[in-house]
Write a protein that binds this ligand. Structure first.
Ligand SMILES: [Zn+2]
Length: 315
């Protein structure tokens, strides 16, 4: 797709070109850090994503990450989907009975608004070369590979949701915190059909395997031949991330990346701990770079100072 066509549907040709050049020239790409957890840290509950209640807060977090030098910022849309709203109810009839039918449309609207906030922050920064990654995780809960839906339902839902991000003007889709190869394949196929670049992030366990038990060799075999710009390890502690990167580097021939989390997940909130301050995170990130990472950023619990340090040290 030409950059003119991309611009017509809202995407930004300059961001695409900048990202692709860096990948080609093997220059490190710095991503942003946590968004949902950063909203929490700034004292607001994350349940409603704050996209409509406090758009200024979300925009200012994007702006802070852009100011630290991030090349890619991610939308505040983790677990924001029609299905996650539907899952609060027994079935459609129950949902209708308590008058919440508009929630499905609300999910669509919130996704469009979230991409809009990221675009506004980019525009205000004057850094048109920053890419906006539409963040999507697994359709069911990201840490539960046993809940992966049926193939046909996944195909339909990924197409619907990827199209929303694409039409709203995301430059790429960041599929993150995936737990199983089969779902990753369906997600990537949807992005390829809709002609939007895609990154694929998996959670690694302490042995460098997915939560499904699949190995990075399985990942490489399963994604072979599909269109994927970068394969990443994300949303696990730094040591699990390093282990995952070691395995990924052995099996995946294309660009790789990593963004780990910092702190502890206490559903439904995040506990910020000081066990992995920015300097320690950087030490681990240097290791990811040695392992060939083309993209490095931060997941849950990381903040602008983490990204600032990565930006000044890893380039
Ligand atoms: Zn995370």
């Amino acid at each position: 797709m030409s950059s003119q066509q991309r611009a017509d549907r809202g995407g930004n040709g300059r961001a695409d070109a900048a990202r692709k050049r860096k990948l080609q020239d093997k220059e490190i790409i710095i991503m942003d850090g946590g968004i949902g957890t950063e909203i929490l840290r700034r004292g607001v509950n994350w349940a409603s994503h704050q996209i409509q209640d406090d758009p200024g807060l979300v925009r200012s977090i994007h702006a802070d990450y852009i100011a630290t030098g991030a090349d890619v910022i991610t939308t505040n849309t983790f677990q924001l989907s029609r299905r996650s709203f539907r899952n609060h109810f027994n079935d459609r009839q129950h949902m209708e009975a308590i008058g919440a039918l508009a929630l499905e449309e609300q999910a669509d609207e919130l996704i469009r608004d979230a991409v809009g906030l990221a675009r506004q922050a980019r525009e205000a920064s004057g850094r048109e070369e920053v890419s906006i990654a539409g963040s999507m995780t697994t359709l069911e809960w990201c840490f539960r590979p046993d809940l992966t839906p049926e193939t046909e339902a996944m195909q339909e839902e990924y197409r619907q949701q990827v199209q929303l991000f694409r039409d709203a003007g995301a430059d790429l889709i960041l599929f993150e915190t995936f737990n199983r190869v089969a779902e990753a394949r369906i997600a990537l196929q949807a992005a390829a059909e809709l002609k939007i670049p895609a990154w694929m992030g998996f959670v690694s366990d302490a042995e460098g395997r997915l939560l499904s038990g699949e190995t990075m060799r399985d990942v490489a075999a399963g994604l072979k031949g599909l269109t994927v710009e970068v394969v990443l390890i994300n949303c696990c502690p730094v040591d699990h991330t390093t282990r995952g990167m070691e395995e990924l580097a052995r099996h995946w021939p294309g660009p790789t990346g990593a963004f780990a989390h910092v702190g502890k997940f206490y559903p439904p909130v995040w506990h910020f701990t000081d066990e992995c301050p920015p300097e320690r995170y950087l030490k681990e990130a240097r290791r990811w770079k040695e392992l060939g990472a083309a993209v490095i950023g931060g997941c849950c619990g990381t903040t602008p100072p983490y990204i600032d340090l990565l930006n000044s040290d890893l380039r």
